[in-house]
Design a protein around this ligand. Structure first.
Ligand code: A2R
Length: 312
């Protein structure tokens, strides 16, 4: 039975990935979480790990001896990266190096997937959209800069040490259980609270003209498993839907789900210091390698995310 280790697995993506690897691929799955987090999933083993502590990493690796490592641990919010740049750099850059260094000493090298972000591309020119993996990175925020750096380090470790490191640039992924620091979860939560009469019928929004590429998290984790298996070491693969949508369009899809009329209000506090206008993935490289394509429609993801927030 193949063994997978998901580092930073108690977050949004980790739950879906763990479940997929265990239930669909019948792997033995180990998940690491921060000591203060909780993670309970049938037949998945859980270990505590702070990636800022190299000794803890060494201990986990010795114990698990994984065939596949999925590195998800991150300070994953752009907004939080503006507020706490130092921590974002520590976790996303130094933490990634700690993980790679820990894995370097393994006798039987695992296949390693480093999860980066479509945000790494930053300000794209019109003729660069949809964006291919070899496009020049011009990260427009601190989170994006740290993920670009992780990507470069992954490539260096693959080249210098012959490690089986594959990099992903994940575009926006959404679904039930996502933290409301992310836009779709935030809007759905606000609507659910309005429906319940817990707040006035006004939804507070940020920049509605930004266009982003949204994929259901369940489709995303299927791509991760395929890339961990088939990705070429040192290479980067976009994971996205291949179709950008304006946040305004997403907002209206969510408002259509609402049971009550809602007024939209732009809140200056929600506008970010630098917002990148369009991010859209070219997913040809991933599709050529694996045949993957997204299967869950955006309307279904939004409906299920709305239902999730109604149940909270
Ligand atoms: O920040 P917390 O306490 O929620 O824990 C997060 C964890 N994490 C860490 N794990 C180990 N050592 C650290 N020093 C550390 N700092 C944070 O990583 C959380 O449980 C996990 C990341 O999960 P989420 O924030 O829910 O991100 P999500 O949406 O699952 O995205 C996974 C990956 C990230 O690398 C994103 O940057 C990328 O996909 O888009």
């Amino acid at each position: 039975m193949k063994k997978s280790l998901i580092i930073g697995g108690a977050g949004f993506v980790g739950h879906y990935l763990g479940r997929y690897l265990r239930q669909e691929l019948q792997q033995e799955v180990f998940v690491t979480k921060m000591p203060q987090e909780t993670f309970e999933e049938e037949q998945i083993k859980v270990l505590d790990l702070n990636i800022l502590n190299p000794e803890e990493i060494a201990k986990v690796i010795r114990e698990v001896q994984p065939d596949y490592v999925f590195h998800l641990a991150a300070q994953s919010s752009v907004a939080a990266s503006w507020k706490n740049p130092g921590l974002t750099i520590d976790v996303n850059v130094k933490g990634a190096v700690n993980v790679l260094e820990g894995l370097r000493s393994m006798e039987r090298q695992p296949r390693i997937l480093l999860i980066g972000s479509g945000e790494e591309y930053g300000h794209l020119k019109a003729d660069e959209v949809p964006v291919k993996e070899e496009t020049l990175l011009r990260p427009g925020n601190i989170y994006a800069a740290t993920k670009s750096c992780q990507n470069m380090l992954g490539k260096i470790y693959a080249q210098a040490y012959g490690m089986q490191v594959v990099m992903v640039r994940a575009f926006n992924h959404i679904g039930p259980n996502q933290s409301p620091v992310f836009v779709v979860a935030d809007f759905c939560r606000q609507v659910a609270e309005i429906e319940r009469g817990k707040r006035e019928p006004v939804i507070h929004v940020g920049n509605l003209s930004a266009r982003r590429d949204f994929t259901d998290v369940r489709d995303v984790v299927r791509a991760y498993a395929l890339l961990a298996e088939h990705g070429t070491a040192g290479e980067t693969y976009n994971v996205g839907s291949g179709q950008a949508r304006a946040i305004d369009e997403i907002l209206h899809m969510i408002l259509q789900e609402s049971e009550v009329p809602i007024e939209v209000k732009v809140d200056p506090e929600r506008l970010r210091p630098v917002d990148v206008p369009v991010i859209e993935a070219d997913i040809t490289k991933l599709q050529k390698l694996t045949g993957w394509k997204p299967e869950i429609a955006l309307t279904q993801t939004i409906r299920e995310t709305m239902d999730y927030w109604r149940e909270q």
